[in-house]
Design a protein around this ligand. Structure first.
Ligand code: COA
Length: 397
């Protein structure tokens, strides 16, 4: 986990917010009218209206939304991003470039339409007459996830495919929120999966570059609180929780699997927990669940010595329930999930609780211990050196 939680007051965010504050929200909003070309078509009027509406917003929508608006505006006026990638130390421009570049080949029209819709949502969210529980707001609740409910299944999909679904602080919070909602909704089972070719690449390592103003100790203890709360959501989840591992999994996306009730994986998936390479230590209760699932000596290879498991190896060790050929993975798994969704909800929930209840107290205690250890690790020279070397290697590429 480590990294992304460290970003609570990240330098990147700090610099971004400084940059945005410096230009003031209304000046940022005015960005929208700088470069309109002569090629706008059908929705030009709506597009211009959205740019003007944006300037009238009273509330700052936050840096993530501003970046999204910036990217959509650039895509809608200039097309796909073809400018050179700024250096990773140029935090503000790199973040803007990333946001624009992530839109890939989205057409100008689609970008403008999405921009218009996003502004319209921001405007209506400020309107006092708006019903706060309306479905359009609910659909836009998560920025880093796609959450859907169908066939009695709540599916939470990690949605940063361009970053291999690396988990940011915002994402940790959104996953926690989505799980809390799924725990209470009418669904029978809950599924966690990833969009794109990766299940998840673990923590967003960019967050390791964060040096908060309050000091490293505060950052580290805040991070531990966030990690502990995140993992607790999995320990306490009351219904069958199923991981649909659609590709490689790294770090925390592997360690939490011990708390899932079923893990279905494509044969393309791999499982890697490179903690000692990063000067860190296990989380997600894996220091307890992995030795129990796969035996002590195999767990040691995985958690201490960075052994990467193939899907078939992970299945043989009991971490994965079943492996499917990639070509039929989705079809086969979803057929099965749909049939599970038609089973009696309470019977499944009570059975899961009977199986898990005896371990719950222990898991919470393990979670606390793991977070305590990580609090120390995140401040250690070993961890800092490992992260610096990761970024140095990346810069050389
Ligand atoms: N944190 C931050 N950024 C990440 C990331 C992570 N955990 N995983 C992937 N990314 C980013 C890459 O930096 C890259 O960003 P860029 O387009 O701005 O350069 C983008 O996602 C695509 O990844 P890339 O490295 O180009 O893809 P790849 O297929 O060559 O390699 C990984 C994928 C996951 C093997 C590689 O990105 C990696 O090793 N990431 C770090 C994994 C890790 O150590 N996680 C923490 C475990 S505790």
């Amino acid at each position: 986990m480590a990294a992304s939680v460290l970003c609570a007051h990240s330098t990147q965010r700090l610099l971004l917010s400084r940059a945005f504050r410096a230009s003031s929200w209304s000046r940022f909003a005015a960005l929208g009218i700088h470069t309109t070309g002569g090629h706008m078509q059908a929705n030009q009027k709506d597009f211009e209206k959205a740019q003007n509406d944006l300037k009238l917003l009273k509330k700052d929508p936050g840096n993530d939304v501003k970046l999204k608006l910036y990217a959509l505006f650039k895509q809608g006026t200039q097309g796909h991003c073809s400018t050179p990638k700024p250096s990773m130390l140029d935090f503000v421009n790199k973040a803007k470039w990333d946001a624009w570049n992530s839109l890939g080949s989205l057409s100008k029209d689609e970008a403008r339409q999405t921009y218009i819709e996003l502004v319209s949502n921001l405007v209506s969210s400020e309107s006092p007459t708006k019903d706060p529980s309306s479905s359009s707001r609910a659909e836009r609740k998560y920025e880093t996830l796609q959450v859907s409910c169908q066939d009695n299944i709540t599916t939470i999909s990690l949605d940063r495919p361009e970053k291999k679904n690396a988990i940011t602080l915002q994402m940790y919070e959104e996953i926690g929120l989505a799980l809390a909602e799924a725990a209470k909704d009418d669904s029978v089972i809950t599924v966690l999966t990833g969009r794109g070719d990766y299940f998840c690449s673990g923590n967003d390592l960019n967050n390791f570059t964060n040096i908060p103003l309050e000091g490293k100790e505060k950052m580290s203890s805040d991070a531990a609180v966030i990690l502990q709360a995140f993992v607790s959501k999995f320990i306490d989840f009351p219904k069958p929780l199923i991981a649909v591992v659609n590709g490689p999994a790294v770090g925390i996306s592997v360690t939490i699997l011990g708390m899932f009730d079923l893990v279905y994986a494509t044969d393309r998936a791999t499982f890697h927990t490179p903690f000692s390479q990063l000067g860190q230590s296990p989380e997600g209760c894996s220091s307890y669940t992995f030795p129990r699932i796969m035996g002590l000596s195999k767990a040691v290879e995985v958690l201490l010595f960075n052994k990467l498991l193939t899907a078939h190896e992970a299945c043989k060790l009991g971490l994965v329930t079943e492996v499917f050929p990639d070509s039929t993975f989705k079809k086969e798994v979803w057929e099965r999930l749909k049939s599970y969704g038609s089973l009696p909800k309470n019977s499944l929930a009570f059975s899961k609780q009977l199986i898990r209840e005896t371990d719950k107290e222990k898991l919470h205690a393990v979670n606390v211990q793991e977070c305590e250890r990580l609090k120390e690790r995140w401040l250690s020279e070993e961890c800092m050196n490992a992260i610096i070397s990761f970024f140095q290697n990346k810069a050389k590429l």
